[in-house]
Design a protein around this ligand. Structure first.
Ligand code: ATP
Length: 271
């Protein structure tokens, strides 16, 4: 189980980014020289559950996931794992979390196997155990055929699998994926979605951000809606629809973030 309590993150705004004088609609996070990207994000996800994080561009999803995975230090707030406060122990969090970000690169000159072994060593997995784990994971993902192929010769889907296995090599109980399906071909998307469903069956905790409400409907037990650095809703998908008074997830989402759904406008429907 992982819980975010009142996460806040403030960035210094670079001098050349005059946020206030661009003539755009005022963003409450914009405080001149400081930008309050996260303004109190709270939610939790129990083991064996999948939580989908949705929100408009720039809402704060990546920042939240980077804070949870310790890539970024929060300005305020706590991160609890299995009921214990690990905010001051980032190494402990890293041991328990597997983080897959959209920008994760693979070392081009290493082979798929070398890459995964390298990360296993970084996580101090003992050698004999590491060899066994790599074999099992390569088996499960059907990767033996290209285990000794250099990463720069692999297809997008193959690379994605190497990345997935890399996040699993230390057997984390919590998986955090930032927009994992963005830019992937249909086959690779399928691999990833099946993998998430499988992780749930194995009682892992899975959190992923996405712009696909279809993925949320298909896979998620819970949804957290982030808008302008605030968590606007956290609960189950049916609860979310009920609260927004809509059977359609897209319309419920549009209502939650205060935007008129195109259908409402066309039909002159309810706000
Ligand atoms: N290092 C940084 N310095 C300054 N501002 C930042 C930094 N990182 C993110 N931000 C700002 O914080 C806000 C939230 O960004 P974030 O990447 O978390 O959004 P997001 O919800 O993941 O968006 P998207 O759906 O477009 O990926 C944005 O306004 C972004 O410009």
């Amino acid at each position: 189980m992982i819980e975010a309590i009142g996460l806040e993150k403030t960035f210094k705004v670079p001098k050349n980014r005059g946020t206030k004088d661009r003539g755009e609609v005022a963003d409450p996070r914009d405080q001149g020289k400081l930008f309050h990207a996260l303004r109190g994000i709270s939610f939790k996800c129990e083991k064996g559950r999948v939580l989908g994080m949705v929100g408009p561009n720039g809402a704060g999803k990546t920042t939240t996931l980077r804070v949870l995975s310790t890539a970024l230090k929060p300005t305020a707030g706590r991160i609890m794992i299995d009921g214990e406060d690990f905010s001051l122990f980032p190494n402990e969090i890293r041991r328990r979390i597997g983080f897959l970000s959209g920008t994760t690169g693979l070392y081009p000159r290493l082979t798929a196997r070398e890459m995964v072994m390298y990360f296993g060593r970084l996580h101090r997995v003992p050698q004999a155990e590491l060899v066994e784990r790599v074999d099992k994971l390569f088996d499960r993902f059907g990767m033996h055929g290209y285990a000794n192929e250099r990463n720069d010769r692999l297809s997008t889907g193959m690379k994605q699998k190497v990345n997935i296995v890399r996040t699993l090599i230390h057997d984390p109980s919590i998986l955090i994926f930032d927009e994992p399906t963005t830019g992937l071909d249909i086959m690779s998307v399928q691999v990833l979605l099946e993998f998430i469903a499988d992780s749930k069956r194995q009682q892992r905790t899975v959190i992923f951000s996405t712009h696909s409400l279809h993925e949320v409907e298909e896979l998620c037990d819970e949804v957290v809606v982030i808008d302008q650095g605030v968590s606007k809703f956290h609960g189950t998908v049916p609860e979310f629809k009920r609260l927004q008074g809509s059977q359609d997830l897209t319309q419920a989402f549009m209502k939650a973030i205060g935007a008129a759904a195109p259908l409402d406008r066309l039909e002159g429907g309810a706000a």
